[in-house]
Every structure is written in C-alpha cells, then in structure tokens.
Design a protein around this ligand. Structure first.
Ligand code: PLP
Ligand code: TYF
Length: 393
C-alpha cells in the first residue's frame, strides 16, 4: 500500500543547510535559510528568553494539558504589540489562539477560510514556498499576482489588477512586513490604498506577520496590518514569534481572528480549536510560556526589545554596506539598502548560484534569495568580490 507513495522533493532551503554543514571550508558563507545571525555568525538564544526559561523551570508546577488554544496568557500578552496598545482587541472583535509557529497558524487560517467557503487565495509571487504548499494541500485555488517590479518597488498595478477581478469568496494573503523572499514591503501610502481596495472588493485579508521588529520597528512593521484591520469587518493574522524571539525550533506562533461583531467570535474560534485538535491537538507549551514570562515582566520586555533593536540595526548595517557597493558586475546592490528584513533577491542564474557555492563557498537559495544576516563586516567584501567574479565571468 505505502509503496503507492511517490518520492517528494526535499525542502530546498532545509536541504541547503545540510550541504553547507558538510562543506569543510572555514570561510564558507551561509546565506540560505532565514535565521538571524550575529556579527560572529551565531544564532544565540535571547538573554530575555534565557531568563524567562530559568523562571519557567523554577515556577512551572504542571505540564498538564492546556487545551487546543494553548497558553492564552501568551496569546493575549502579545496583542498590544501586534494590534496596538490603545485598543488591542479592536473593541473586543479580535481573539486568538496559540499555534505551532507561524506555519501552524497559516495552516489553521487557510483551513478555516476553506471551511468558511473561500474559493481562491490571491497571493503575490514570489512568496514563501510554504504558502502555496499549504494552499495546494488544502485544495485551495491560488491566483498569483506579481509582487515586485524590476526596479525594486512593490507592483501596485498588479495588485490593483488582481483585486479588480476579485470579490466575496476570495482571500488575499499579504506579508505584513519584511517580505520573504524579496525584502520589498509596501510603503505606508500603499498600505492605505490596499486597505481601501480590500474593503471595497470584500476580499478577506490573511496577514502573515513573521518578522515583526526586524524591519523598521515593532509599530512601524505593524502599520499595514493595523491599517487593513480598521478598514474591513473580518480578517485573519498568522503570527510567528520564532524570529523576533529567536525561538525557531520551539515553534511559537498565534492565530488571531477578527470578526465584524464580538458575538461572532465564539463560533469562528471553535472552528480554529476543532481544526487544531484534528491537526496537533495542542501546541507545544515551552516557547510560548517563555514569551509570556518575558511579556509579563517590564525589565524582560526592555531586554527583549533591546535585543531586537540590535538585530534590526545589524541587518540595516549589512544592507547599507551592500548598497554602498552599488553596481557589482551585472548586479545593482543599491536597492538592498531600502529593503526590509533578512531577505533580498539577487538576479543570478542557476550557473552563477552554483559557481558561488562551488568556487566561493557561498550558499544561497536557488531563487537567488540571500539572507543578509548571514553576512558579517568581515566577509561582505569577499562576498561582493565573489558576486563580481561570477557575474562578469
Ligand atoms: N511566514 C513567512 C513569510 C516566513 O518566512 C516564515 C518562516 O519561517 C513563516 C511564516 C513561519 O515561521 P515559523 O513557522 O517558523 O514560525
Ligand atoms: O524562508 C526561510 O528561510 C524561513 C525558514 O520549510 C524556513 O522561513 C524555510 C523553509 C521551511 C521552513 C522555514
């Protein structure tokens, strides 16, 4: 029976980690999978998380089941950061639940919209490959539209065009900030227009916020999400704490649902809970409990936000250095300075990407996506020289 199963391709990015690990060169550069790295190339546990984990080990008295919604203290403590301190539930119309990472949240959100009768998911391309993979697994039809123009700005014409033909029964999946893979985010005035158009066309927004705080700042990175939410009656937010708390493998995320009226929340959330039970029953506790302990302690919040500031500033510093290199062979690195988050796409072909790996020990995704956090002030020049060599032959 099981021999009916066909071989599936490995996740290209996760496979790249293995290739990189197996490379004995000491000066190799890993620009593959999207994890933050310090100037020393490490991905350390946040100090605030270490402190919270210590507290957790000392104070947690039970590991008995919490239920499909997970740690609601975590879910609620996060809301002022996501939706704003002034009215974090938008008048009681938003409720959340804990999920295994942002991926678990996306999975639930998309399964919920499918149950609700959504037929199509509009999605800017390229996008994080898991978006399409989850839609395909759920048999949700996708309508792709071009995310970015060749000059490195968001392709608003493509977005307007796809929304013109969209309507009730369509959902739109938007990256809240730090677009993966392009680094090209919407400007605030573009978000204003998106909010208006999505509301006008009665399209259901699903906002993926996986990098809050890594772009321009915690509030700045939530501008688009907050703008869209005040414009529409219903929305879904898939949140990940795996980057902005450095908890990757602990799988910390939340799904937030906004309804037109508070009284409609219970029925919607009961579907989220039922879907969670059918998928993973209950989310893993540890990471979310640690985040809750950070958010409940003012000193730890300050420490966490300081650590996040340091990460963001380092990312910006690397971006500025790359941008300052300007024209490199056939590439123009200048636009990287204005992009947000860890990712940018370099216009390289397969042979050039392979040459970077084999000749120069530079590892990047097959799409030409680089994780700029993989660069340090010590290896940027080597990287830029390698780019020059492979693009000028
Ligand atoms: N959304 C985007 C755009 C991502 O890049 C990621 C990356 O991992 C996620 C969601 C999910 O994050 P995780 O499931 O690791 O929390
Ligand atoms: O795009 C990235 O690199 C991150 C990490 O299956 C990631 O989003 C990559 C692939 C994957 C899960 C996470």
């Amino acid at each position: 029976m099981l021999t009916n199963l066909q071989q599936q391709p490995a996740d290209a990015l996760l496979a790249l980690i293995k290739l990189h690990n197996a490379d004995p060169r000491t000066d190799k550069i890993d620009l593959g999978v999207g994890v933050y790295r310090t100037g020393q190339g490490d991905t350390p546990v946040f100090g605030a998380i270490k402190a919270a984990e210590k507290k957790l080990a000392e104070t947690q008295e039970s590991k008995a089941y919490l239920g499909p919604e997970g740690d609601m203290g975590f879910v609620e403590a996060l809301m002022p950061y996501v939706f704003g301190k002034v009215d974090p539930t938008l008048g009681g119309r938003i409720e959340g639940m804990q999920t295994p990472g942002g991926t678990g949240s996306l999975r639930l959100a998309l399964a919920m919209v499918k149950r609700a009768g959504v037929r199509r998911v509009l999605m800017g391309t390229p996008s994080w490959p898991n978006h399409a993979q989850i839609c395909a697994d759920l048999d949700l039809e996708m309508a792709g539209f071009n995310h970015a123009t060749p000059d490195g700005t968001a392709d608003m014409d493509a977005l307007r065009e796809v929304l013109r033909s969209a309507g009730e029964g369509d959902a739109i999946l938007l990256h809240g900030c730090c677009h993966n893979p392009s680094g090209i985010d919407y400007e605030n005035d573009e978000w204003d227009e998106i909010a208006r158009l999505v509301a006008e066309r009665k399209v259901l927004p699903l906002i993926d916020l996986a990098y809050q705080g890594l772009g321009l700042g915690m509030d700045e990175d939530a501008y688009g999400l907050r703008r869209v939410l005040v414009a529409v009656p219903e929305a879904l937010v898939a949140y990940s704490c795996d980057k902005n708390f450095g908890l990757y493998r602990d799988r910390v995320g939340a799904l937030y649902v906004m309804m037109g009226e508070e009284a409609q929340l219970a029925a919607a959330m009961s579907n989220g809970h039922a879907l969670a039970r059918a998928n993973w029953s209950q989310p893993p506790d540890h990471g979310a409990a640690a985040v809750r302990l950070v958010l409940e302690d003012e000193a730890l919040v300050r420490e966490w936000l300081d650590e996040l500031d340091t990460m963001r500033e380092r990312i910006r510093q690397v971006r500025s250095r790359l941008a300052a290199a300007g024209k490199v062979g056939t590439l123009d690195l200048a636009p990287l300075g204005g992009q947000n988050g860890m990712f940018s796409i370099l216009k390289l072909d397969k042979e050039q990407i392979l040459a970077l790996r084999e000749k120069h020990g530079v590892y990047m995704a097959g799409s030409g996506r680089i994780n700029v956090a993989g660069l340090t002030l010590g290896n940027i020049d080597t990287f830029v020289d390698a780019l020059e060599e492979v693009t000028t032959g």
